[in-house]
Design a protein. Structure first.
Ligand code: PEP
Ligand code: MG
Length: 756
C-alpha cells in the first residue's frame, strides 16, 4: 500500500502534471504551482525563489505580499532561503526568526508567519531555487510533509529548467554550494591542464519527472534492477581477470547495494508518489545524499558514495543514456573525471580536447596511465569521492606534477595557475629549442634517448623532441582502439606510416602484448577466468598459442619494412625457447615472402623484452641469440616485488629506486655488456629524472621514454658526470641507506644535476 507521504505528494503531482502540460506561460504555471502546493499542504504561505543572475529571486507566492514578487532578492547564503540554496539542505523551523541566518524582508509581510520549511530545488546537483512553506502557528513540519515538498521540488526543477527560468546549473561555479576546493592525489602523468569537468559517465539528465502510468514506471525500474544486477554479476566474474577497471572490493559493495531490498523499495515508494522511474531513483539518491551530509563518518560516506555511483548506473540503464562522454561529444577543454578507466576507454577520447584526467583509483604503471602519458594528457589518481568534490562543468586546474587539482578556483588562483602554466610552456619551448643537442654526459658518455609510442600521431614526437628513435612501439594500441581485430593490411599501413615518418631514426616494434589489463573484447583472450591476469595468459604466451595473430602481424611488419631495417621485439619472454619460437614465426613468414619474390627488409634485428625475472637467470643462454635487449621495468618490478602494477593500494608501496631493483638491473646490464648486446630500459622508470640518473649510474645507455620526458631527461644527462654517478651508485648499492631515494637526490643536488 502506498504510504501517506506518497498519497499527499501524488495529489500534488497530479495537479502539477496538468499545469505543466498546459500552454500557460512559465510565470502563470509557477503561480498555479504554489497555489496547488499551498492547498494540498494546508499551508498559509507557499513561495518559490529561483536563482537568477546569481541571486535568489522571489518568483511566485501565495500568502506573502504579491508586490514582493520579483522584488525580494537574497544572495547565496543570505537569509533562510539563501542558506538552503548554499548548502542544498532543508530547513524545518517552528520559529523562523530565531534562526541565526533569518533576514527580515518587510516588503513580504512574512512577520505574520512563525513556522518555516524550505527545500532546495536541485538541478545537476546544484540548488537552482528554493521552495518554501510557512504557517502562522509555530509548528515543525513532519517528515512526510518535508518528503512531499522535496518530491515537488524535484518536479519543479524540470519545469524551471525547461522554461529556462533559472541560471543554468552547468555554468561553472554559479550556484555551487562550496567554494574553491584543493584536491591532492597521486601523481600519474605530469603536466598542467585547465578545463571544465566532464564525467566519463555523464550524469543522466531527467527529462520527465511526473509519471503518466505508475505501473509502467514500476515495471521499468524492475527491469532496470534486473539488468543492473546482471551487469554487476558479470563484472564480478570479469574483475577476476582484470578486464574491467573496478576492483573487487568496490564490486562487492556494488553487489550488496544492487540486491538491497530497502533501496528498491524506497524507489518504488517514490514512484507511488507519482514520479517517473528516473525521477524516483534520483529522488532517493538526493535523500541519501542529504543524510550523508549529516553523518560524519568516512567509512559510511564511502559506502554512500558507492550507492551514489550505483544510482547513476541504474539511471543510465532506465533512461537508456548509456554512452560515455567520449561518445556524447566533448567540450573544447575538458578534464575527464572517472572512477577508473581502461586503456581502450581513454583512447576513445579526442586528445586535442582532453586537457587532463582525474581518477578515483589509478596507479602509476597501469596501462591506462601509460596511454595517458602517450597521449600527453596530465593525470592524477586516488582522489576519493571525486564526483562529490567536482561537479560536471566545474572549472578545474590540474597539475599532474604536483598531483593537485584546484576546483572552482577564484580568479586570483586561476591567474597564478596561468602564470605557472606559461612558465612550464616556456620551459617546454626551451627543451624544444635544445632538442638537437645530443644527450651526452659531461664526461662524454652518449646516451640514446628514444621515445615510447603506440599511435600513429606519436611519431610526431620524434621531431618535436629530437629523440633518437622509437625504442618501444606498442603495437597493441591499434588493437585496443579498434572495435574488431585489425586486418593485416591495416596493420601494415600503420607500420609503414610509422617507418616513413621516422625516416632514418630506428623504430623498435614490439609484437602484440594483450591480456592482463589490456583485454580485447573481440579476441576472447581469456576464456577461463584467470585469478592473476598479469601473470596469466598474455603477451607472447598468448601469441605463441594462437599463432595466427602473430603470423599475420609478422607478415605486416615484414611487408611494411621492405627495403629497410626492421627491429622487432617480443614481450614477456620468460625462457629463451620462447624467443626462439617467436623468431621462428617471423623467419617463416620471411621465407614465405622470399619464396614469392616479395620485397623484404634489408636487415632484421630481433630483441627480447626482459620483464619476467626468470629470464635474468638465463642470460648466458639468451644473450648470444638476441640482437638487443629491452628491460620493461613496469612488469619486471611488479614481478620482482610481487606487487600488482594496477592495484592502487600498492601504487606507492615500492620504489623504483630501491636497492633490490637497482642491483637486479645492474646485474642484467653487466651481463649484456659482457656479451656486447645493446641494452635499454623502456619502462616508465626511465622517464623520471632521478630514476634515469640511477639507470645511467648502473650502466644503462639507452632509454626509451614518454615524449614529454625527453627534454628534462636530456637536460639531466647533459648536467651529469656518468662516471661519478656510477661511483655513487656502487657506493650506495654496496651499503644501501634506508632512504635510498633521499640519498640519491641529495647527491644529485650537490653535484648540480638538473632535476626538472
Ligand atoms: C614494461 O612492462 O615495462 C613495458 C614497457 O611494457 P608495458 O608497460 O607495455 O607492459
Ligand atoms: Mg610489459
Amino acid at each position: 500500500m502506498p504510504s501517506q507521504s506518497a498519497t499527499s505528494a501524488r495529489e500534488i503531482l497530479t495537479g502539477l502534471h496538468d499545469v505543466m502540460a498546459s500552454k500557460a506561460s512559465a510565470q502563470a504555471k509557477l503561480n498555479k504551482v504554489v497555489k496547488i502546493i499551498a492547498e494540498a499542504m494546508a499551508s498559509e504561505v507557499c513561495s518559490i525563489y529561483l536563482l537568477r543572475d546569481g541571486v535568489l529571486e522571489l518568483f511566485a507566492t501565495v500568502g506573502l505580499n504579491q508586490e514582493a514578487v520579483h522584488v525580494t532578492k537574497l544572495a547565496m547564503g543570505e537569509g533562510l532561503v539563501g542558506t538552503i540554496a548554499r548548502h542544498a539542505a532543508i530547513l524545518n523551523l517552528a520559529e523562523a526568526s530565531s534562526h541565526p541566518e533569518f533576514a527580515f524582508r518587510p516588503e513580504t509581510g512574512e512577520e505574520l508567519f512563525h513556522s518555516f520549511a524550505g527545500v532546495p530545488v536541485i538541478r545537476k546537483e546544484r540548488a537552482i531555487g528554493v521552495l518554501a512553506v510557512q504557517h502562522a502557528d509555530p509548528r515543525a513540519y513532519d517528515e512526510l510533509e518535508i518528503e512531499a515538498l522535496q518530491t515537488v521540488a524535484m518536479v519543479m526543477s524540470e519545469l524551471i529548467a525547461n522554461a529556462g527560468l533559472a541560471d543554468k546549473a552547468s555554468a561553472a561555479g554559479e550556484g555551487r554550494a562550496e567554494g574553491t576546493q584543493h584536491l591532492t592525489g597521486l601523481r600519474l602523468v605530469t603536466g598542467m591542464g585547465k578545463g571544465n569537468a566532464v564525467y566519463h559517465q555523464p550524469r543522466v539528465l531527467i527529462e520527465h519527472t511526473v509519471a503518466e502510468d505508475i505501473e509502467a514506471e514500476r515495471h521499468r525500474v524492475y527491469s532496470a534492477f534486473s539488468k543492473m544486477r546482471e551487469q554487476i554479476d558479470a563484472m564480478m566474474g570479469q574483475a577476476e581477470f582484470g578486464t574491467v577497471g573496478e576492483h573487487q572490493e568496490v564490486l562487492e559493495t556494488y553487489k550488496m547495494f544492487a540486491y538491497d531490498e530497502g533501496w528498491s523499495r524506497r524507489i518504488n515508494e517514490a514512484i507511488d508518489s507519482g514520479l517517473t522511474a528516473e525521477a524516483a531513483i534520483e529522488r532517493v539518491r538526493q535523500r541519501m545524499q542529504q543524510r550523508m551530509r549529516q553523518i560524519d563518518d568516512a567509512l559510511l560516506a564511502d559506502r554512500m558514495h558507492d550507492l551514489d555511483d550505483l544510482s547513476n548506473r541504474l539511471l543510465r540503464i532506465v533512461s537508456g543514456q548509456l554512452g560515455t562522454a567520449a561518445q556524447a561529444g566533448m567540450p573544447q577543454d575538458a578534464i575527464l573525471i572517472a572512477r577508473n578507466l581502461g586503456p581502450a576507454e581513454l583512447l576513445e577520447y579526442d586528445r586535442r580536447k582532453l586537457k587532463g584526467v582525474i581518477l578515483e583509483e589509478g596507479s602509476l604503471t597501469a596501462h591506462v596511465t601509460i596511454v595517458a602519458r602517450a597521449m600527453g594528457v596530465p593525470m592524477i589518481g586516488r582522489i576519493g569521492n571525486v564526483r562529490r568534490a567536482i561537479a560536471e562543468g566545474d572549472l578545474v586546474l590540474l597539475d599532474g606534477g604536483e598531483a593537485t587539482a584546484l576546483v572552482r578556483p577564484t580568479s586570483a588562483i586561476e591567474e597564478a595557475f596561468d602564470t605557472q602554466f606559461a612558465a612550464t610552456q616556456k620551459r617546454r619551448a626551451e627543451y624544444a629549442a635544445a632538442k638537437d643537442k645530443p644527450a651526452v654526459t659531461k664526461d662524454g658518455a652518449r646516451v640514446s634517448v628514444m621515445v615510447n609510442a603506440g599511435l600513429r600521431d606519436d611519431v610526431a614526437a620524434l621531431d618535436a623532441t629530437g629523440a633518437d628513435g622509437i625504442g618501444l612501439f606498442r603495437t597493441e594500441f591499434q588493437f585496443l582502439v579498434s572495435a574488431t581485430l585489425p586486418r593485416r593490411e591495416a596493420q601494415q599501413r600503420l607500420y609503414r606510416a610509422v617507418l616513413d615518418a621516422a625516416g632514418k631514426k630506428p623504430v623498435i616494434f614490439r609484437t602484440v602484448d594483450v591480456g592482463g589489463d589490456k583485454s580485447l573484447p573481440y579476441l576472447n583472450a581469456s576464456p577461463e577466468n584467470e585469478e592473476n591476469p598479469a601473470m596469466g595468459w598474455r603477451a607472447l604466451r598468448l601469441a605463441l598459442d594462437r599463432d595466427t595473430l602473430m603470423k599475420s602481424q609478422a607478415r605486416a611488419l615484414l611487408e611494411a619494412a621492405a627495403g629497410r631495417e626492421l627491429q622487432v621485439m617480443f614481450p614477456m619472454v620468460s625462457e629463451p625457447w620462447e624467443f626462439d619460437a617467436a623468431k621462428k614465426i617471423v623467419e617463416e613468414q620471411r621465407a614465405w615472402l622470399a619464396e614469392r619474390k616479395k620485397a623484404l627488409p634489408a636487415r632484421i634485428l630481433y630483441g627480447a623484452m626482459l620483464e619476467v625475472p626468470s629470464l635474468a637467470e638465463l642470460l648466458d643462454i639468451l644473450l648470444p641469440k638476441v640482437d638487443f635487449l629491452s628491460i620493461g621495468t613496469n612488469d619486471l618490478t611488479q614481478f620482482l616485488f610481487a606487487a600488482d602494477r594496477s592495484n592502487p593500494r600498492l601504487a606507492e608501496r615500492y620504489d623504483w629506486l630501491s636497492p633490490a631493483i637497482l642491483r637486479f638491473l645492474r646485474r642484467i646490464v653487466r651481463a649484456a655488456d659482457k656479451y656486447g648486446v645493446p641494452i635499454g630500459v623502456c619502462g616508465e622508470m626511465g622517464g623520471r629524472t632521478l630514476e634515469a640518473m640511477a639507470l645511467i649510474g648502473i650502466g644503462v645507455r639507452r632509454l626509451s621514454i614518454t615524449p614529454v620526458a625527453v627534454g628534462p631527461i636530456k637536460a639531466m644527462i647533459r648536467s651529469l658526470d656518468a662516471k661519478a654517478a656510477t661511483a655513487a651508485l656502487d657506493r650506495l648499492l654496496a651499503r644501501p641507506p634506508e632512504d635510498f631515494r633521499g640519498a640519491l637526490a641529495k647527491w644529485a643536488a650537490r653535484r648540480g644535476v638538473s632535476m626538472a
